[in-house]
Design a protein. Structure first.
Length: 227
């Protein structure tokens, strides 16, 4: 289990990091558009420059999140919905990358309705956003009762709330023309929350180690699953 937890922790860091590097590079390569002028999904659209970079980034991020959530469920919160939300979000991210948008921009001349895969993309993106925001909030509530995990609960919840605020402003269209910046900020904050949990997974002392904090008296083996 120790080897699996290390692999999962590395995946929980590598996925967000590689996705961020990919969208930064892809944003800078879109000729004729400012770096934040195209939404993240548009970077993988058919008319984007080098869309395969973002398609791969979506798939890698989703796969890493699925693996990370699966081990997190067994290691830290077996009865919590949080790890399941991480895995659902990962699956939705993979779908969002495979079923990509028709066009890089949301509107433009010659647009004649959305294709079926564009509609699938929109649904998958909505699920991914919801899961990325809900997972750290649910995990924060569950893990705070475990002395080994409590240290990351506050930063994870703050990052999730900040991501939710940025996403709400983005969805309201109230901050145009800064919507691209808000979307990138919302996604980055949510992925940072996942990476913080992954870092803790890597640095958490093994069970029985003198460096591991003792559980509270009367707590179960998996205190994060208690109410």
């Amino acid at each position: 289990m120790k080897k699996r937890s290390r692999l999962a922790g590395c995946a929980g860091i590598a996925g967000p990091l590689l996705f961020t590097v990919a969208w930064v590079a892809s944003s800078l390569r879109q000729a004729g558009h400012p770096a934040a002028g195209v939404q993240l999904s548009g970077l993988a659209a058919q008319d984007a420059r080098d869309p395969q970079v973002m398609i791969a980034a979506f798939v890698v991020l989703g796969a890493c999140s699925i693996g990370f959530g699966a081990v997190l469920r067994k290691l830290a919160a077996p009865e919590s919905a949080g790890p399941w939300l991480v895995m659902v979000g990962g699956a939705a991210v993979v779908a969002a990358g495979i079923f990509r948008r028709d066009h890089m921009l949301l509107t433009g001349p010659g647009f004649a309705g959305e294709s079926w895969h564009n509609q699938v993309h929109d649904v998958a993106s909505g699920i991914a956003y919801a899961a990325m925001l809900a997972a750290p909030l649910v995990l924060g509530r569950r893990l705070r009762v475990d002395p080994g995990w409590a240290v990351v609960c506050r930063p994870v919840q703050v990052l999730a709330l900040a991501s939710a605020v940025a996403l709400a402003v983005f969805a309201s269209q109230a901050a145009q023309p800064w919507n691209g910046v808000l979307q990138r900020a919302a996604v980055t904050l949510a992925l940072t929350a996942e990476a913080v949990i992954a870092v803790r997974m890597l640095t958490l002392p093994s069970p029985g180690s003198p460096a591991r904090p003792a559980a509270a008296p009367g707590s179960a083996r998996h205190p994060a699953s208690t109410r």
